[in-house]
Ligand binder design. Sequence first.
Ligand SMILES: Cc1ncc(COP(=O)(O)O)c(C=O)c1O
Length: 424
Amino acid sequence: MASSEELHKRRGAAVARGVGSVIPAYVDRAGGGTLTDVDGREWIDFAAGIAVTNVGNSAPRVVEAVRAQVERFTHTCFMVAPYESYVAVCEQLNALTPGGFEKRSALFNSGAEAVENAVKIARHATGRPAVVVFDHAYHGRTNLTMALTAKNMPYKHRFGPFAGEIYRVPMSYPLRDGGLPGGEAAARATELVEKQVGAENVAALLIEPIQGEGGFVVPAPGFLPALREWATAAGVVFVADEIQTGFCRTGDWFACQHEGVEPDLVTLAKGIAGGLPLAAVTGRAELMDAVHVGGLGGTYGGNPLACAAALASIETMHELDLAAAARRIETAMVPRLQAIAERTGVIAEVRGRGAMLAVEIVQPGTLTPDPATTAAVSAACHAAGLLTLTCGTYGNVLRFLPPLVISAGELRRGLDILEAAFRG
Ligand SMILES: Cc1ncc(COP(=O)(O)O)c(C=O)c1O
């Protein structure tokens, strides 16, 4: 087998430079809470492929379900010749997502595609053009979703012009807005919409209940419920982007549930199918069914292998109670992260929910972001065998997204490495 170094050289001559990687090691196998490269080096996994392998890599039920499906048929295209597993995934999503009302779902390939379709559905159902999004938001890299995403570098730089009718308003970011109460932060956002856009022109308000790439920003309590209330009154479709927060990641099935918020539409991807590419829009039947027959779809959306994996993943989440596992991870990690914060003085805030946790790194005694220290700590983790990711508008947030099946021992070893990395 080629070594990681050899593969990295081959990559340089074959793979486009614009596709980056966090570590230059090439994976041979992964499972539980670890990844092993082709040279036999092991990393504790605090990334889960960016919040995807919630049930673990090659989770036994997923492997079995995909193996059985690949022998029966691999693809027919649901729009050509439909099959049961697509219907069964939609039934599961309709039942699992918040809201007791009648729902429908449609399946796609990627998170960005789900977000694009949520916007299509909201525009079609309301007959309105505008979409409201937030500072620090991340919704994808396609043309429409780049416009919805806040951060220029690396996501948007020189890729414009972007789609129109997108309006950005301030997020509730307690560390950086002086701890503005949730209701006031929501009023600040909706007043801007009313003055500058006009609520009657707004099809959808799109929000991550906890922001992902933007820095694991947890809004102040009351922010999401106040936005929900405003959207209802204004006839605006409330879309929760649960692509990173979904499927037990935050200690409940979906992050909206922590504040009892029922979105009109939810976008789903990542953790849905144990690593196979699948995404969905789930929501109120009257909105979803407003679209004419043939108006939604795509060749691979709801591919049978991905649907088999999703059904097996959802079963695994129920059987292993992975929402409780995420809460246990939070209980184990937060005190250790707080101890690091107290000892080093470079962490302004430990935040997040469940197994979606982060530290925001600053120059001591200030709120000035320190992306250099963030990158150095992350690099030290990688060198010592812990896979971590950074994020945030200012590049100064170190985030932790372990698979929810990580063992207590692996979690402890990962935290030991992290602690040592902060010592430098
Ligand atoms: C909240 C959120 N929305 C949308 C996306 C885009 O998903 P994908 O990369 O599958 O297109 C992501 C990906 O990180 C995300 O975190």
